[in-house]
Ligand binder design. Structure first.
Ligand SMILES: Cc1cc2nc3c(=O)[nH]c(=O)nc-3n(C[C@H](O)[C@H](O)[C@H](O)COP(=O)(O)O)c2cc1C
Length: 184
């Protein structure tokens, strides 16, 4: 009888993409640290029509897009066929997956690929984001995601991923990457 083989990740042969959306650079900083650890390509997801700089305006626009299911057009084109593992980073917006990330999942066939979500939020958590990834990428293998508290733009707190907060996040990310078998 053949023993089942443990699921090991071939670090060197897996082609890795670290894709992220970030407005105030908290998620971007997490993405850069993940990329430093796992390698591959680091790509920021950009829109054809960028969101407004003004916080109230973007909150209103995202609320409307979430309500109507509008999927914004993306400026960033990714050839997903080049990748086996996609790290997928985003802030929580209106307790949902940001519309551009929904666009990406709707526009690309990620069947058979490994998706690894990561997130920052103002302290209210991931909301429905991880669940939405599951439903929009039903044929992907989705690993346990990472989430941490980032900025609270509503209260004027934008970028927090520095100093002790950065160190703490980096420690948590390293532990998480080992736990999900992506780092030795
Ligand atoms: C339009 C908008 C909606 C947001 N909605 C939420 C929310 O529902 N829950 C939450 O915890 N944080 C929310 N936030 C805060 C961000 O998730 C948080 O500041 C995050 O760290 C930002 O990441 P970034 O710096 O990568 O853009 C929202 C921010 C914006 C701009």
């Amino acid at each position: 009888q053949v023993e089942p083989q443990p699921q090991t990740v071939e670090q060197t042969s897996s082609k890795i993409l670290v894709l992220y959306l970030s407005r105030t650079n908290n998620t971007k900083t997490l993405a850069e640290f993940i990329h430093k650890n796992v390698g591959g390509d680091l790509v920021a997801l950009e829109l054809q029509n960028p969101y407004p700089q003004n916080y109230q305006a973007i909150v209103a626009q995202v609320a409307q897009e979430n309500e109507s299911g509008y999927l914004p057009a993306l400026a960033t084109k990714v050839d997903v066929n080049k990748y086996d593992i996609i790290y997928f980073g985003f802030p929580t917006w209106g307790m949902q997956l940001p519309p551009p990330m929904k666009s990406f999942l709707k526009n690309n066939d990620l069947s058979g690929k490994t998706l690894i979500p990561f997130n920052s939020n103002a302290g209210y958590g991931i909301g429905s984001t991880f669940e939405t990834i599951k439903s929009l990428a039903p044929k992907s293998k989705i690993l346990e995601g990472f989430s941490t508290k980032g900025g609270i733009e509503r209260d004027g707190i934008l970028f927090v991923m520095e100093g002790d907060k950065l160190k703490q996040s980096q420690t948590e990310i390293t532990t998480w990457l080992k736990k999900i078998g992506q780092l030795k």
